[in-house]
Design a protein around this ligand. Structure first.
Ligand code: ATP
Ligand code: MG
Length: 296
């Protein structure tokens, strides 16, 4: 079974404006509320690929209810911990000539509520995969991913981690099946600029030496490179496409890779690229039909 964890999911309030003027009343003819959160994105795309998963995390208040409703409407199974105070955040995405975002910090998670999450996680069994993706809310310890892995590691649970810097580095001793930094995250994590493919591969191998099994580095319109669990290198050029909305392309890539890995790393990379490209080329996350188009 697959599980995804989104500690701080959000509703995204996407507002189209034709030119934002600060300090004035601006009008918008188009606005929409969308489901937001990296783990939820992974769950959605896994579902499109025929893999069922359960999305875990925290929700609160009326916005939390709406988030659960939107997830169900998108076919995502959820098992959130309901927080007693606060509300699930609403992140504002102002779209005009350029894009302005306001991301809020989200509700506070108490110790008791964190224990509730751990008891849900205790149900995971050998062979299950847990995808941990996205930011850690300020009320939770920065080493929470590591703590979760420490607890589940000896039970044979497999992990995919989408994080960077110390948060990522500290998870590597628990041998995540997959890590998927983008190039900027990889640079931040190893603490230097990476100016050639050789340097990128060296950095990927450094993270592998620390414990990661498959290291998939996504590079936006430059494609991706993979160092697989046998130490073999693979390259995937980006597909020729007109990017429409690349948000969630990385999350789609994680879903494609995990589904594809059943048939080996080449297949995993192929499905990862198809899912990522399909998301980049469409307004929303990739659907089954869009992914199949890129596979052909
Ligand atoms: N402009 C683009 N043209 C073609 N392919 C793209 C483009 N942007 C993204 N992709 C595809 O999506 C993959 C992942 O993109 P990227 O490296 O931007 O991930 P990311 O930064 O982790 O994204 P996110 O965190 O928003 O999900 C790339 O490896 C590539 O295959
Ligand atoms: Mg990403």
């Amino acid at each position: 079974m697959f599980y995804t964890l989104t500690l701080n999911p959000a509703l995204d309030y996407v507002v189209e404006t034709d030119g934002l003027r600060l300090g004035e009343t601006n009008r918008s003819n188009e606005s929409e509320i969308q489901l937001g959160g990296k783990g939820l994105n992974v769950s959605y795309v896994l579902g499109q690929l025929g893999v069922s998963s359960v999305a875990l995390g925290f929700v609160a208040g009326f916005t939390g209810n709406e988030l659960e409703r939107l997830a169900a409407a998108s076919g995502i199974k959820t098992d959130f911990v309901h927080l007693s105070h606060g509300m699930t955040r609403i992140n504002i995405k102002l779209k005009g000539e350029n894009e302005t975002e306001i991301n809020t910090s989200g509700p506070v998670v108490s110790d008791v509520e964190l224990c509730e999450l751990f008891s849900k996680l205790d149900a995971l069994q050998s062979g299950d995969t847990l995808v941990m993706a996205g930011s850690i809310p300020p009320s939770l310890p920065n080493n929470i991913y590591e703590k979760i892995m420490q607890r589940l590691y000896n039970r044979g649970v497999r992990f995919a981690v989408d994080a960077s810097k110390d948060v990522l580095l500290n998870t590597l001793k628990y041998k995540p099946l997959l890590i998927k930094p983008n190039l900027a995250e990889l640079c931040e994590t190893v603490g230097k600029a990476l100016n050639s493919e050789a340097e990128i591969l060296t950095a990927a191998r450094f993270l592998q030496a620390k414990g990661a099994l498959n290291v998939l580095v996504s590079m936006g319109e430059k494609g991706a490179v993979l160092v697989d669990s046998r130490g073999l290198e693979h390259r995937a050029p980006a597909r020729q496409l007109t990017p429409v909305n690349t948000v969630g392309a990385g999350d789609s890539m994680v879903a494609g890779f995990l589904k594809g890995l059943q048939l080996g790393p080449e297949n995993a990379l192929r499905l990862a690229m198809a899912a990522a490209s399909a998301t980049a080329a469409s307004k929303d996350l990739a659907t089954k039909a869009e992914i199949e188009q890129f596979l052909r």
